[in-house]
Design a protein around this ligand. Structure first.
Ligand code: A2P
Length: 301
């Protein structure tokens, strides 16, 4: 468990649900919670599978196999719902889909607002229609979700350092999480260290390199493979352990039960300083998730 800046706790390993196919949700969620011991599920409205996740959660909770308060559920406000008038509606839609009364954590998914209905951008259009809604207005509306008991903690995702500094200048409810892409090819040492100094916990999304092609992903890197052999672990376990030792929360996704289990089994060994360093050195600032082209907006530049 990780203690957040607001003194609430969060399981350090969660199940990612981006690209978790609707037809696999029930089986994987039940396995993750009941067999593999996951208590933290990372969701988002834009992943388009919250309804199926909600059905699985409802079945787990109503059968008495798990209590709601034993679970830590995250969701994210999508870019088309930044208008302060839309924020509560969007959160309530997610809650209805997930069949929950409250979220443990609600994140602003990206620090950019789109005109509703403009996503996804048609290929023949240069740039998505931006809504130009100031982030502070969206944040204020998110803060009232906490006041209304719909959400326990607030955070952001894909925020850069200047965005964080700006947010901290006005936030009444301070962000406890910044969820960003971190893996051995995008180690994000400066952003991670800055957020940690500000008391903002980092969650690594796409910790295994997401949907990149197998040969491009850090899972196939010889340095990782070599370390994995030393410990009799898999490359995925080495990457996840490297993140856990950096005090980063991880949310690996898998549609395969044995991997769901494997991704949670990172105890019982410790990577040496030298091995941590060797993995840090693999950094090439490579993002597997960069929607700049898809949106026509150079978000990370
Ligand atoms: P699959 O769902 O077929 O298991 P990330 O969490 O970085 O987005 O990575 C998810 C990708 O990594 C998915 O393609 C998933 O495929 C794969 N994956 C998840 N766990 C493992 C593992 N332990 N070993 C190898 N690949 C994995």
């Amino acid at each position: 468990m990780i203690t957040l800046a607001n003194n609430k706790t969060m399981p350090a390993i969660g199940l990612g649900t981006w690209h978790l196919e609707k037809e696999n949700v029930k089986e994987i969620l039940e396995y993750a919670v009941l067999e593999a011991g996951y208590r933290h599920i990372d969701c988002a409205a834009v992943y388009k599978n919250e309804k199926e996740i909600g059905e699985a959660l409802h079945s787990l909770i109503s059968s008495g196999k798990i209590k709601r308060e034993e679970l830590f559920i995250t969701s994210k406000l999508w870019n088309e719902q930044h208008d302060p008038d839309q924020v509560e509606k969007a959160c309530k839609k997610t809650l209805a889909d997930l069949q929950l009364e409250y979220l443990d954590l609600y994140l602003m998914h990206w620090g950019i607002s789109f005109v509703p209905g403009s996503y996804p951008k048609p290929d023949d259009k240069d740039m998505i229609d931006l809504a130009y809604i100031p982030l502070h207005k969206t944040w204020k509306a998110m803060e009232s979700l906490v006041d209304h008991g719909l959400v326990k903690s607030l955070g952001v995702a894909n925020f850069t350092v200047p965005m964080i500094i700006d947010l901290l200048s006005y936030a009444q409810v301070t962000p406890v999480i910044n969820q960003v892409e971190v893996h051995p090819y995008n180690t994000q040492e400066n952003l991670v260290s800055f957020c940690q100094k500000q008391g903002i916990q980092i969650t690594a999304y796409s910790p295994l390199g997401s949907s990149g092609s197998i040969e491009d992903r850090p899972l196939s890197n010889p340095v990782i493979e070599h370390i994995a052999k030393q410990y009799d672990k898999t490359p995925a376990q080495i990457i996840l352990k490297w993140l856990v030792q950096r005090k980063i929360v991880i949310i690996p996704k898998s549609s395969q039960k044995e991997r769901v289990l494997q991704n949670k089994q990172v105890d019982g060994f410790t990577l040496s300083y030298e091995e941590m360093h060797q993995i840090n050195e693999l950094n090439k600032h490579h993002r597997f998730v960069d929607p700049s082209k898809k949106w026509g907006v150079p978000y990370f530049e």
